[in-house]
Design a protein around this ligand. Structure first.
Ligand code: ARG
Length: 461
């Protein structure tokens, strides 16, 4: 395999070293970004007169034809190539001859790889933002039809206070909204151009970096050439955003796994998104949700891996930086497919609302409301807490629900109880009473939904 740098070497590279150092297996997917960046670079070299118009044309049409050929699946990369950048240059040389060698003027693979990675990631972020939006739209849409569907709201996984399914689903909308905002913000720092920094110190050619930035849709250039070739903060930032997306999905996945058990029975996952067992004929397992939960671990590992690669790296480029892409691509692929599969699984799920309602019955999740009732009658909250605690204890011993007590029975605990105390104990009333901003009452959730719709930009939902 011919090298881009053979001149000063007297010996062939050992095959074991070639196998150890190649990155083609990982970075091959950068081919399109690499060609687009080269096209912009060649145009700029033509404009500043480093390439003649004929050379510029030859390089540009060679790159364009190569791009079409690779896209059409007509090109196989040499598996022994050092990386995608040298392979593209070799393929270009094969097509247009020695003039291809002029493309690398005022450029190094160090600024080239950083540029390609940013271009690729920018599109990856856009795709992830779109997947997140679609899941958010499903959540808003579904929440709207469950404003009055009651289920136990939990703390410590113990029944706490009844909430609506709409409210529960919207909690995930807001997590994803923060993910969307974080990724949008991260994208701004991804979207800066390293090219023109050359190996590390800049170049003696009068390059027009602003022109290249404009051509490639970057918002500006990286201001310091040493930083430009060695900065991978944008990778870490993305990995951190992706890890949090996965953490959010893992929480939802865990709830779906629990809700899908016979003990909860709150949701029925569709046959088409579940799998069976090779030995137990009756089984229908939530493997998609489990894999989303597990792959969260992978993305967290990707983030940790990238941070450790960067730690204590001296300026500027070091080959260590080649390792960023394994982490980056793994996290990007995992986050994209996980959001998409979560959406698919949810869109086919059947919520068993009658089971949810049943679960609230007699679960004492109305106890706070009974205490609040006494507070409204003037009793200090601490004392009310104690009184209702005794009523709960009584019910537990008698095996009855709090909402089943008569006024007379309630009055045995406090004579502040009147007939209306019985109504406020119904789970519907308990839920509807929480009208505070951000609360679970249908009116408050409707406000959340209105704001959510505004954030979604009035997209068709
Ligand atoms: N394949 C390398 C990477 O992905 C780029 C090559 C830069 N190599 C070099 N020896 N300067 O980081």
């Amino acid at each position: 395999m011919s090298k881009l740098w053979g001149g000063r070497f007297e010996k062939q590279t050992d095959e074991a070293v070639e196998a150890f150092t190649t990155s083609l297996g990982v970075d091959a997917r950068l081919w399109d970004a690499d060609i687009r960046a080269s096209i912009a670079h060649a145009r700029m070299l033509g404009k500043i007169g480093v390439l003649t118009p004929e050379e510029t044309d030859a390089i540009l049409s060679g790159l364009q034809a190569l791009r079409e050929h690779i896209a059409a699946g007509k090109v196989t990369f040499d598996p022994k190539a050092e990386d995608v950048h040298s392979e593209i240059e070799r393929l270009l040389t094969e097509r247009i001859g020695a003039v291809a060698g002029k493309l690398h003027t005022a450029r190094s693979r160090n600024d080239q790889v950083a540029t390609d990675t940013r271009l690729y990631l920018r599109e990856g972020i856009d795709a992830l933002l779109e997947e997140i939006r679609q899941l958010q739209q499903w959540l808003v849409h579904t929440a709207e039809s469950h404003l009055h569907t009651i289920l136990p709201g939990c703390t410590h996984l113990q029944h706490a206070q009844p909430v609506s399914l709409a409210h529960h689903l919207m909690a995930y909308f807001w997590m994803l909204q923060r993910d969307h905002e974080r990724l949008t913000d991260c994208r701004r720092r991804v979207n800066r151009l390293p090219l023109g920094s050359a190996a590390l110190a800049g170049t003696s050619f009068p390059v027009d970096r602003q022109m290249v930035a404009r051509e490639l849709g970057f918002e500006g250039i990286c201001e310091n050439s040493m930083d430009a070739v060695s900065d991978r903060d944008f990778v870490v930032e993305f990995l951190s955003c992706a890890a949090l997306v996965m953490v959010h999905l893992s929480r939802l996945a865990e709830e779906l796994i629990l809700w899908n058990t016979p003990e909860f029975g709150f949701v029925d996952l569709d046959d088409s998104v579940t799998t069976g067992s090779s030995i137990m004929p009756q089984k229908k397992n939530p493997d998609v949700a489990e894999l989303i939960r597990a792959r969260t671990g992978r993305v967290v590992a990707d983030l940790t891996g990238a941070l450790v690669v960067l730690k204590a790296l001296p300026l500027s480029y070091n080959r260590d930086l080649q390792e960023d892409k394994g982490f980056l691509f793994d996290a990007l692929d995992t986050a994209l497919s996980s959001v998409a599969l979560m959406h698919l699984m949810l869109s086919r799920a059947r919520f068993r609302t009658e089971r949810m309602r049943q679960a609230v019955r007699g679960d004492f999740s109305n106890a706070t409301d009974l205490a609040d009732y006494l507070v409204r009658k003037g009793m200090p909250f601490r004392q009310a807490h104690e009184v209702v605690g005794r009523a709960v204890q009584y019910c537990l011993k008698q095996g009855v629900a709090l909402e089943d007590l008569s006024v007379e029975q309630l009055r045995a605990f406090s004579n502040l109880f009147d007939a209306d105390a019985v109504q406020i104990l119904q789970p519907e009333a308990v839920m509807q009473a929480r009208r505070s901003d951000g609360g679970t009452s249908p009116e408050a959730v409707q406000q959340q939904i209105a704001l959510a719709r505004k954030l979604l930009g009035g997209d068709d939902i």
